[in-house]
Design a protein around this ligand. Structure first.
Ligand code: FUC
Length: 802
């Protein structure tokens, strides 16, 4: 009898955890009952970020799809549809002279349906497919748009409920050819022939050759290609259905030489044209056919996306996302919208960061601009790192691969930069053999990187290597640790050690040192004066501590031996990174007394809390520092940019103050989110979309303190809910379900084996079983902490008694 009861209870636990995750598998859909407006871009609007021209409808209303290489913004219009194409390597001159992302192509479909009924456009996040549906004159029209990674193709299918009803004129433009911007060096031609429109040309700034093709495949009806006045068109008449295949490419090649070569026009081989490879992709896709392309896309995309489900309330409101957000802004906060924007972030990451393509940039893989804000670059004093903060915990570790490939290519020049940096700033520390590690500064693009200095200190390097360590921590990929993460941490540590100079009391302080982007007041009293440069900022000291700490842990795991390890063991105790000031704050500067004495007290950057997140130096075992971090967050406030809020969200989650974390999240939704759910700085930057993914996962699961803690920052707004597929350090995949604010059950899949330590109130009274229903013994470490050994590949069920 007892056995039977045990069996039944195990079954029940299984069912609850699974039922919850099935529940969660409701469709995550960003949708609207009207098309995006398309009122055109405006050169007159001057907004921070220096991009131009600004296109409010593109930014706020169009829906994005992407496959890492290319992105498309789709307006879903029924009169003239607009599909704007971006490709990550197309670059022109930008204000920083490192090459800026620029719009690749504009594709239009003159459909001339002016009175659509039952209109809906919906971006289905589960499938990564955008649908447009409506009825016109009694005929139902359907369009599907997808960006396939396996076939590197954007495919669009237009169909109708009756035969012969698909008629439209397709045209395509090379954007900004007749630009008002003198430094635009773009030339090109558009040509239509049979079923193909080709856009090809050159951007002289980098000797860049580019080409895009759009192929029309019609079922029934007729096609007419026409070229007049530089206008290439294909008329589709009375087809039953039509498939468009789109591909774009350049002669860009990600190589070490590209970064080492300083002459811009020599970075690329100007004798190489992308014609063959673009034609080949189009040809292969045409042979494969739409249905098979869609099937491969589904398999590839869903494998990644479906790993995580989150439900924050049982209710799925049936109103357009735009309206849901408007209501939210009026105070009708909706947990569904919060879960939706989290999953939207995961969709954006999958769509913009795939192996073989460049990493996801400041705008992901989407830009309609001639000159993209901040060049659409890889800004390293928070933005690019934030893009990947959520990759590991939300089960998308492979989306970090593009950054690793990028790093490998820029690494030799980063070594040259490190030597130059040390020679300039601390010549005594120069290594005789030129081994000064590697250095990365804030600004970086697909074409060039910079050195630390100016407004951001060398801590920028540690900010970057944190991702390498985290990739190991979450995946337990020992080969990666040995071959990539450890050597990378070691050489970064060597560089960072050369930025330190002896100071009083045996301390070592970074000199010169800066906390990103903090300026002093100018004559008018605004914080637009000089950047504040000093010694030993918390940002720099903190990231050296983090890097050494990660390095030493890595060395222990690998049993590594290097003379430098002893240097790190000594120096890590002489950094004194965290100081508490007279206002109870974590000091940004050693010389600061009261909070906000130096620089803008409400600054968007809050770099001195990086040791709390993404760092781990400040945690529950350092309660005074943790308290000081909360005080600092209170002072800094929530009047920040999109990404500024996303960082605050992760920070608040780490202080485990659920309501304050929720307040930041709500502020981000209310103040810095567009109707298409893109987050804005303003203007649009993808960092906050991706940063909030990490913020939300930190609310539900944390694992940086040596144990796995579920629901560490659960706000009252999320009374009942569940999640599955989130990843904890140690490579444990976790699912949990809660009611009335209390966890009921959880499941743990041990993907690498090893000890699992769990924290939750009263968890010592839990019952743990394995997949065969055997009860597991566990160690009660304390009232709220237990641990047990796991077997790789096994799943465990925890039933938590109230
Ligand atoms: C950093 C930030 C700016 C902007 C830029 C791309 O320099 O301080 O706000 O996000 O990156």
């Amino acid at each position: 009898m007892k056995k039977l009861l045990v069996l039944i209870s195990i079954l029940l636990i299984n069912i609850t955890v699974h039922a919850q995750s099935n529940d969660n598998e409701h469709v995550y859909e960003v949708w609207d009952d009207r098309p995006a407006q398309n009122r055109g871009a405006d050169y007159g609007i001057s907004i921070p970020g220096r991009g131009f021209p600004f296109d409010a409808d593109w930014e706020g209303q169009s829906y994005p799809i992407g496959n890492g290489f290319m992105g498309a913004n789709i307006f879903g219009r029924t009169d003239t549809e607009r599909i704007q194409i971006t490709e990550k390597t197309l670059a022109n001159e930008d204000p920083y002279r490192r090459g800026g992302l620029t719009n690749f192509a504009e594709i239009y479909l003159d459909i001339n349906h002016h009175s659509p009924q039952n209109y809906k456009r919906s971006l289905n996040l589960n499938e990564g497919i955008l649908y447009v549906n409506y009825t016109q004159d009694g005929v139902t029209y359907t369009r599907e748009y997808l960006a396939s990674y396996p076939d590197n193709i954007i495919a669009v299918k237009l169909s109708a409920s009756e035969k012969g009803k698909i008629s439209f004129t397709l045209s395509a433009d090379i954007p900004y050819l007749r630009s008002v911007n003198e430094s635009n060096t773009r030339t090109g031609d558009t040509h239509a022939e049979n079923d193909l429109i080709t856009l090809a040309g050159n951007i002289a700034y980098f000797s860049l050759n580019y080409e895009a093709q759009v192929k029309v495949i019609n079922d029934g009806g007729e096609l007419f290609a026409e070229n007049d006045n530089q206008n290439a068109e294909i008329r589709v008449v009375n087809a039953n259905s039509v498939v468009l295949l789109i591909n774009a490419g350049t002669n860009y090649e990600l190589t070490q030489n590209l970064f080492l070569e300083e002459t811009k026009t020599l970075k690329l081989d100007k004798t190489v044209f992308p014609h063959e490879k673009v034609s080949e992709r189009i040809r292969m896709a045409a042979v494969k056919g739409y249905d098979a392309i869609k099937e491969s896309h589904n398999k590839d995309y869903q494998k990644l996306f479906s790993r995580v489900a989150v439900s924050l309330s049982p209710e799925v409101p049936n109103v357009p996302t735009r309206v849901l957000l408007e209501n939210y802004k009026q105070g009708n906060t909706q947990p569904y919208l919060e879960a939706l924007i989290f999953q939207f972030g995961r969709f954006l990451l999958i769509s913009s960061s795939r192996k073989g393509a460049m990493p996801t940039g400041l705008q992901g893989v989407w830009s309609q601009y001639e000159v993209t804000p901040w060049s659409g670059g890889y800004w390293h004093n928070i933005n690019v790192q934030m893009n990947y903060w959520g990759a590991f915990s939300t089960n998308l570790a492979e989306t970090f691969d593009p950054y690793l490939e990028y790093y490998e290519a820029y690494r030799p020049v980063a070594e040259v930069n490190a030597t130059e940096y040390v020679r300039r700033n601390n010549p005594d520390a120069l290594d005789a053999n030129g081994e000064n590690g590697w250095a990365i500064g804030t600004g970086a693009s697909a074409y060039a990187i910079s050195s630390p200095g100016g407004h951001s200190g060398p801590g920028t390097g540690g900010f970057t290597t944190k991702l390498f360590w985290d990739r190991y921590e979450f995946t337990r990929d020992t080969a990666f640790l040995r071959d990539i993460a450890y050597p990378t941490l070691l050489s970064m540590s060597k560089f960072l050690s050369k930025t330190l100079k002896p100071a009083e009391d045996g301390l070592l302080l970074v000199d010169p040192s800066a906390s990103p982007e903090i300026r002093l007041k100018d004559e008018s009293g605004a914080f637009r004066g000089e950047y504040y440069i000093t010694t030993g900022t918390t940002f720099d000291q903190g990231f050296i501590w983090e890097t050494y700490n990660d390095l030493l842990k890595a060395a222990d795991i690998l049993n590594a031996d290097d003379e430098f390890l002893n240097v790190a063991r000594d120096q890590i105790n002489r950094l004194d990174p965290i100081l508490i000031g007279a206002s109870g704050q974590v000091k940004e500067y050693r010389e600061e007394n009261q909070y906000g004495e130096i620089g803008d007290p409400l600054h968007r950057h809050i770099s001195h809390l990086c040791p709390l997140f993404p760092g781990t130096l400040i945690n529950s075992n350092t309660p005074d520092w943790l308290q000081a971090a909360s005080v600092t967050l209170d002072y800094r406030g929530n009047n920040a940019t999109g990404w500024g809020l996303a960082h605050r969200m992760t920070l608040r989650a780490r202080t485990k103050d659920a309501e304050k974390t929720y307040e930041v999240f709500s502020t981000l939704l209310k103040e810095k989110t567009a109707p298409n759910l893109w987050t804005i700085h303003p203007p649009f930057q993808i960092d906050a979309n991706l940063g909030l993914v990490s913020g939300l996962s930190e609310m539900l699961l944390q694992s940086h303190e040596g144990f796995i803690e579920i629901l560490p920052a659960l706000p009252v707004a999320w009374k009942t809910g569940s999640f599955s597929g989130l990843v904890a350090r140690g490579n444990f995949e976790i699912a949990a379900q809660w009611d009335d604010m209390k966890a009921g059950s959880m499941s743990i899949t041990s993907k690498s084996g090893g000890k699992c330590t769990l924290k939750y109130p009263n968890i010592r009274r839990a019952r743990i079983t394995n997949a065969s229903g055997d009860r597991m013994n566990f160690v009660r470490e304390s009232k709220d902490v237990i641990s047990f050994e796991t077997v790789k590949g096994e799943m465990y069920f925890v039933s938590i008694r109230r």
